[in-house]
Design a protein around this ligand. Sequence first.
Ligand code: CMP
Length: 140
Amino acid sequence: MTTERTLSIIKPDATARNVTGQIIAKLEGAGLRVVAQKRTRWSEEDAKTFYEVHKERPFYGDLVAFMTSGPIVMQVLEGENAVAKNREVMGATNPDDAAPGTIRAEFAESIERNSVHGSDSAENAANEIALCFAPSEIVG
Ligand code: CMP
């Protein structure tokens, strides 16, 4: 078991419905600690840079439009196996496939408006954290 950090984003569909606290409670309940947190609104350039790996996918334009449509809450989560643990508590990308009790099963509206993002590997977590936070903003 190793202590890891991962990047989490609470998406505009969730900030619009004022459920950020309920989502954070699920993350903390899973043993993850919020060691950095920032509520912001992305520019188009911010969203395109963050989701660059998806730029050839058919949903890229819609994803960028959605992620810039309202406020988001970016977080660094820390804990044992934080990358995998966060993905477990988030549930599957498509809420129709998400296990009962997961964040997406309870809050997501669709595969696009799916309430949360979580890094999918330790390597991507390090890159995403560096993109979203200065080292001095992360207080473990
Ligand atoms: P996220 O974990 O933020 O990473 C990429 C996002 O693209 C994903 O969550 C979904 O919200 C969004 N998306 C929209 N359509 C699709 C799709 N068909 N397949 C996968 N991801 C999709």
